[in-house]
Design a protein around this ligand. Sequence first.
Ligand code: MF3
Ligand code: CO
Length: 250
Amino acid sequence: MINIRSDREIELMKQAGHINYLTHLELRKHLKPGVTTNELNSIADKFIRSHGGVPSCLNFEGYPKSICISINDEIVHGIPSNRKLRNGDVVSIDFCTGLNGYQSDSANTYIIGDAPKEVVNLVENTKKALYIGLSQIKPGAKIGDIGHAIETFAHEHGLSVVEELVGHGVGTSIHEDPDVPNYGEAGTGITLKKGMVIAVEPMLNLGKKDVAILDDDWTIVTMDGSPSAHFEHTVVVTDDGYEILTGDKD
Ligand code: MF3
Ligand code: CO
């Protein structure tokens, strides 16, 4: 079932999304070689709670930490640990924040220091792919329009699209209907309506699209070891387009 959210519910989700956004900004200050992913997890957990929010990845389907940090060939759901960030790492930070029973979900990818041009392009183009996907959103558009736009852009830039993981509806739960794939045919799938809230989250790889899961049963990696990037926003369908609930254009 796809929920249509009232103006009041959207206002609450915007408040949750704002804390999520502020937490991303806080984390950015600490992204330097030598910081451990556990330290970043703890900074985010404290920051979210001090703003009255709930770090809702923690214990979600048994996930053991408050945020996901996925480095280099890790695509999503990397578990914070004693691993230290190093110069050249491609670091995706993805997490959900709840407030008053409503959820928000967003992700960003950063390069620590310098990386080869092709890796910089991977990250920049994955961010662009998110906004190209979002630009399809308006009442009457189809869910497939989003994935088609993302996939076309990715392929034009020599990047592959992860298919095993998809975007999703967001509401009182982190994961609601509908699925929002990052690939597909334009004009297919469910019709978007005002008040639907979805998370769009392209995951693009520099190499092949195939993925594997690590022994921790969470971390998804590229099969060929190539780097991967991930950007995500939670948005609401408005009268004539969409509004981002998890921050502004960064
Ligand atoms: N943004 C992630 C997703 O949509 C967050 C899931 S929370 C986790 O898959 F705890 F399961 F990682
Ligand atoms: Co998500």
